[in-house]
Design a protein around this ligand. Structure first.
Ligand code: NAP
Length: 288
C-alpha cells in the first residue's frame, strides 16, 4: 500500500488522481488531518485515514501495512514546528515498519537560503537521511502555477509586470506534472536513497515572462524591475500580513540569487515526456 500525506492538498490530490490510473484504489491510503475534506477520495475507493503531523500516534496508526509513504511537506510556515511535523512523520513511518519514505523538498535546500522554507527542507532532509529509512528526495522547484499570481491580476490591464527578482531566472514545473512524476516513482522500483532535482530547463526571468505574455496575448507587457523595499511597501499598503511580506521578499531574493535556477533532465525522465513549458502554460491561462 502507498500512503500519501497532505492528501487533501493540491499536490496530494493530484498525486492520488495520477496513482488511480495505475493502481487499484484500495492500494492507496490518503492520510488527512481533516476527514470531512476527504469524501471525494472515499467515493473513489481510496482508503482514508486520519493522520495529523502534530499527532504522532495518529500517524503511526495511519501507516500500518504501508510499503511507501509520500510525505508532502507541511503548509506550516514557521521553521521549528515545520521541522517537528516532518520529524513526526518520519519517526512514525519508522515505528510503523514502513521501509521507504519519499519527501517533497526544494531545489538547493540550504540553511542559508533567502527562501524561508529552504532551511526547514535542509533540516528535514538531514533527519530523513539519518533515520535509517530508505528515502527518496524530490527536490521540487517553484510551481509554474504560481506565475500568474506573481504577475498579479493587473498585469494585462496595465501592460506592466513588476518584479523585484531582477534578471534572476527560475526553473518552473507544473504542479500536476510533479504529481504525475511522483506517481510514477511511487509505482516503480529503484528509487531508494535517490535525490531528484525537479528543476527542468529552460529557466525564465520576470523579463522572459513579460515577453512571453506579450506573445501569448498579443498585448505588449513591459517588465518593470522594482526593489525589494518597493515590493514590501506595496504589499504592506494592501494590508498583506507581515509574515507573507517577508516570505515574498525572500522568494524574490532567492530568485535573483539563482537559487531556483536549474536545467536538470531528471524531471523529464521521471515524467516520461517533455514537461509543459512557460509559453504553453501561459497560453492556457491567458489566451482568449
Ligand atoms: N514548489 C512550490 O512552488 C510550492 C509552493 C507552495 C507550497 N509548497 C510546499 O509544497 C507542499 C505541497 O504543496 P500544495 O500545493 O499541495 O500545498 P497545499 O495545497 O497547501 O497542501 C498542503 C497539505 O498539507 C496538509 N497539512 C498541513 N498541516 C498538516 C498537519 N498538521 N497534519 C496533516 N496534514 C497537514 C494540508 O492539509 P489540509 O488539506 O487539511 O489543509 C494540505 O493537505 C506545501 O505544503 C508546501 O510545503 C511548494
Amino acid at each position: 500500500m502507498l500512503a500519501i500525506t497532505g492528501a487533501t492538498g493540491h499536490l496530494g490530490q493530484a498525486t492520488i488522481q495520477s496513482l488511480l490510473l495505475k493502481v487499484a484504489p484500495a492500494e492507496i491510503v490518503a492520510v488527512v488531518r481533516d476527514l470531512t475534506k476527504a469524501d471525494g477520495l472515499r467515493q473513489q475507493g481510496v482508503q482514508v485515514r486520519h493522520g495529523d503531523y502534530n499527532d504522532f500516534d495518529s500517524l503511526v496508526a495511519a501507516f500500518q501495512g504501508v510499503a511507501t509513504v509520500l510525505l508532502i511537506s507541511t503548509s506550516e510556515v514557521e521553521f521549528a514546528p515545520r521541522v517537528q511535523q516532518h520529524q513526526n512523520v518520519i519517526d512514525a513511518a519508522r515505528q510503523a515498519g514502513v521501509p521507504h519514505l519519499i519527501y517533497t523538498s526544494v531545489l538547493n535546500p540550504s540553511r542559508d537560503s533567502h527562501f524561508a522554507a529552504s532551511p526547514s527542507h535542509a533540516a528535514t532532509e538531514d533527519y530523513l537521511r539519518a533515520s535509517g529509512l530508505a528515502y527518496t528526495l524530490f527536490r521540487d522547484t517553484l510551481y509554474l502555477d504560481l506565475v500568474p499570481e506573481f504577475a498579479g491580476p493587473d498585469v494585462l490591464p496595465s501592460g506592466k509586470l513588476y518584479s523585484a527578482a531582477g534578471e534572476g531566472k527560475v526553473s518552473y514545473a507544473l504542479r500536476i506534472e510533479i504529481a504525475e512524476a511522483l506517481a510514477n516513482v511511487l509505482t516503480s522500483t529503484g528509487h531508494e536513497n535517490q535525490t531528484y532535482d525537479i528543476g527542468p530547463g529552460p529557466s525564465y526571468s520576470a523579463r522572459d515572462i513579460a515577453r512571453t505574455l506579450s506573445e501569448v496575448t498579443g498585448q505588449p507587457v513591459e517588465y518593470v524591475p522594482i526593489t525589494t523595499d518597493a515590493l514590501a511597501a506595496g504589499m504592506r499598503g494592501q494590508q498583506v500580513p507581515e509574515p507573507f511580506v517577508n516570505l515574498m521578499v525572500g522568494i524574490v531574493k532567492a530568485m535573483e540569487a539563482g537559487e531556483l535556477e536549474s536545467a536538470d533532465p531528471t524531471f523529464e525522465r521521471l515524467l516520461g515526456r517533455k514537461p509543459t513549458d512557460l509559453k504553453t502554460y501561459l497560453t492556457t491561462v491567458y489566451a482568449k
